[in-house]
Write a protein that binds this ligand. Structure first.
Ligand SMILES: C[S@@+](CC[C@H](N)C(=O)[O-])C[C@H]1O[C@@H](n2cnc3c(N)ncnc32)[C@H](O)[C@@H]1O
Length: 363
């Protein structure tokens, strides 16, 4: 599984003796669930940069070693003048092939998917508070295809984080949109590769920070995307929508949609082409509500395709497939992707493409 750099204590400027300051923070490297720490040694590079121009001011290598649960970082002393400017602090795993160079976090390309996803703090200093907000920014790209900046919370909320299946979904969708031959997903290819006269209408359920839908809006011109989740994600998702770089003809909005409640009228009444669901099957208790809302969406838009990306975390998740079958939602095709994990092992993300059974299925 991929590991994520997190700020347990966001960076803050601390005044030391007169005229000097230091910058301190506390970081850890955990899974998306936050249930395990990375148990292998990794070289990290800490970078202090100006918030406005991203000019690098200072870098310091540090080491995460197996068995650690956190590492305190202290930079400085610096001149107190430093605190007059808004700063950001980034922590990245080093590229093993180029020690002291941070691994880029592309979602495609030669460097592949990194084992440790790096992170940048919110701004601090200058006209900002001396301590950064409890947020972390993930930067994927820029590459010729994608330039994603997604904010997550640094706390314990399950919803306001990026999960592994979301990272895999972005790559999978990117491969399909760009026509990579490695992927065989005929219905999705038909949907995402065809020049259309009308916008592609997409609804994402349980979108969390919104990375999947936001990436699609960037990759696909003429898409109209509604990210949905519980009200608790509204602030972070709106922050991510506001900094997103979707193609000019694409549109992206957030709407509250609780699977336990009635389908909102505007979603029911607008024909949907694609429904995205990433890493939403981990909690067996919520599966009946999730499947029921998928069934309602397909009743309203019978031609829609559902793309479910999942990582099997418990045996109980198998209920999802039975429930989908019970409402006549059939797998039209399947795919998978391997994400890196510690000690050179790999982790599997599955993609299940669903639609009404009476659609023409493809082997
Ligand atoms: C594990 S997170 C996945 C987030 C995101 N899709 C990703 O892959 O990064 C599951 C998401 O489902 C949402 N969720 C859980 N129960 C829900 C419900 N009853 N109605 C709507 N969303 C729900 C959570 O708020 C959370 O954002």
């Amino acid at each position: 599984m991929v590991y994520y750099l997190r700020f347990l204590k966001p960076p803050r400027i601390q005044h030391q003796k007169p005229g000097s300051v230091s910058i301190t923070t506390l970081v850890c490297i955990t899974t998306d669930l936050g249930d395990a720490f990375l148990a292998e040694d990794v070289d990290l590079l800490v970078t202090l940069a100006l918030h406005t121009t991203e000019k690098v001011l200072y870098q310091k290598p540090i080491k995460w070693t197996a068995g650690k649960r956190e590492i305190p970082i202290s930079l400085g002393p610096f001149s107190a003048q430093l605190s007059k400017q808004a700063l950001v602090l980034g922590v990245a795993a080093c590229d093993p092939r180029r020690p002291r160079a941070p691994c880029p976090d592309p979602l495609l390309g030669e460097s592949g998917i990194p084992l440790v996803v790096s992170g940048w703090s919110a701004p601090f200093g200058g006209s900002e508070p001396l301590a950064a907000e409890k947020l972390i920014e993930r930067r994927f790209g820029p590459s010729d295809r994608i330039d994603l900046r997604i904010w997550e919370e640094t706390g314990n909320s399950l919803a306001r984080h990026i999960w592994d299946a979301a990272i895999a979904s972005v790559i999978y969708i990117q491969q399909i949109v760009s026509g990579e031959s490695a992927v065989t997903a005929p219905l999705l290819q038909g949907l995402l590769q065809t020049q259309r006269g009308t916008p592609l209408n997409v609804v994402e359920l349980g979108s969390g920070c919104g990375i999947v839908g936001i990436a699609l809006a960037q990759l696909l011109p003429q898409s109209s995307i509604v990210l949905t989740d519980l009200p608790e994600v509204e602030d972070i998702i709106n922050q991510n929508i506001s900094v997103s770089k979707q193609t000019r003809s694409s549109k992206i909005d957030f709407q509250t949609l609780d699977w336990d409640e009635k389908l909102p009228d505007n979603i029911r009444d607008c024909p949907i082409d694609l429904i995205l669901v990433s890493d939403c099957t981990y909690n067996a208790d919520s599966l009946p509500a999730l499947v029921s809302i998928l069934d309602k969406l397909i009743q309203a838009s019978p031609a829609a395709i559902i793309l479910v990306a999942l990582k099997r975390r418990h045996d109980s998740e198998i209920v999802f497939f039975d429930l989908m079958d019970s409402v006549n939602l059939k797998t039209l095709h399947k795919g998978s992707m391997q994400l890196p994990s510690q000690h050179d092992s790999l982790d599997q993300i599955e993609f299940h493409c669903y639609g009404r059974a009476e659609r023409r299925t493809t082997p």
